[in-house]
Design a protein around this ligand. Structure first.
Ligand SMILES: NC(=O)c1ccc[n+]([C@@H]2O[C@H](COP(=O)([O-])OP(=O)(O)OC[C@H]3O[C@@H](n4cnc5c(N)ncnc54)[C@H](OP(=O)(O)O)[C@@H]3O)[C@@H](O)[C@H]2O)c1
Length: 305
């Protein structure tokens, strides 16, 4: 529970009275709450919270997976026992959450997909899908991905590679093996990014910058047309580049990603999991901005009180 904006120290565990369901609502027992940078950015910024329609007092997190444990009397499309996942902005890190049965962030978890895979997917998966669409990269083209090993980057990189796109993925040297495991060629981010890309001897066709603007600037400098350069978190992106958000993902994008997971064509890398009582530690690790893949809170029966 967050009662004032500030920092993670202001976040605490609280017992919330369980409200009766509205007629078309379902109650989900949360199994996994995946963490994203925007979660702690909201804690630190009332302006960002407001942009998402949030204000204190509020909960924490967005991504979740779990099981429906109760349905309202008018619910038609869901039933108790359904495994579900998705996004509930500002309240996913809780023992239970309530959502309307038609909530756009409520999806069925397919057989063959674990709660852990589904519970970290919502923001990173939608964003990676939207970036793929915006890049419109073709087989054989080389694309530079800045922060290829992060939550968004680890999914985006695999999606591009499976389409036959050559990916140069930036990371710290400590992440190079991980970036290689995603199918990309690693290059170090930092002041020498442009030189490092040149040293690879490739012609860049497109770029996705998932960490500020340095990758986007390098790509433009290297001759990539700005309309083929995509950013997701830039306040002042280079002129003519394309800003993409997770909300730009096509309907059904997450279901298509999970179909790839079921077929073994996509991994959803999770760097570490934490119990709910270790939420501050989990958020601190995620906030370090050096996570490979995702970080998740895993809830147990005892968290439900
Ligand atoms: N617009 C949207 O809808 C949207 C959606 C999702 C995310 N975002 C934003 O996009 C950003 C990425 O999200 P995410 O979930 O992928 O974050 P993340 O998981 O925290 O990203 C971590 C990655 O960033 C890399 N990194 C750290 N410093 C870097 C630098 N200076 N240059 C390049 N890479 C660096 C790290 O590599 P090393 O570990 O090797 O250092 C690590 O792999 C966040 O700021 C997030 O808020 C926006």
């Amino acid at each position: 529970m967050l009662t004032r904006f500030g920092d993670i120290a202001d976040l605490s565990l609280a017992a919330i009275p369980r409200e009766p369901l509205r007629p078309t609502e379902v109650r989900v027992r949360v199994a996994v709450a995946g963490l994203n940078p925007v979660d702690w950015q909201i804690v630190e910024s009332p302006e960002l919270a407001s942009a998402f329609g949030l204000d204190v007092p509020m909960g924490y997190g967005n991504d979740f997976s779990g099981t429906i444990v109760e349905v309202g009397p008018a619910v038609r499309s869901r039933q108790v026992g359904d495994r579900v996942f998705g996004g509930a902005r500002g309240r996913a890190a809780a023992s239970t959450i309530t959502l309307d049965e038609e909530h756009p962030g409520l999806h069925r978890t397919p057989t063959g997909v674990s709660d852990l895979q589904a519970g970290v997917l919502d923001i990173a998966g939608r964003t990676a899908s939207a970036v793929v669409d915006a890049l419109a990269a073709r087989r054989g083209e080389t694309t530079l991905v800045g922060a290829a090993g992060g939550g968004v980057g680890s999914i985006l990189t695999q999606l591009l590679v499976r389409e036959g796109i050559e990916v140069l993925g930036s990371g710290s040297p400590a992440s190079f093996d991980f970036i290689r495991s995603l199918g990309a060629r690693p290059v170090p981010y930092g002041d020498d990014l442009t030189a490092s890309v040149r040293a690879e001897g490739v012609v860049l066709a497109a770029a996705a910058d998932l960490h500020g603007t340095a990758t986007a600037e390098a790509a433009v400098l290297l001759g990539v047309p700005p309309r083929r350069v995509v950013t997701i978190e830039a306040e002042h992106p280079p002129t003519g580049t394309v800003q993409v958000n997770g909300s730009d993902a096509q309907p059904g994008a997450l279901d298509r990603l999970l179909a790839l997971v079921v077929n073994g064509e996509l991994q959803i890398p999770v760097a570490a999991t934490y119990s709910l009582d270790r939420f501050r530690e989990a958020i601190a690790v995620q906030r370090s901005r050096h996570v490979r893949g995702k970080i998740a809170l895993v809830l147990t029966e005892s968290d439900c009180g």
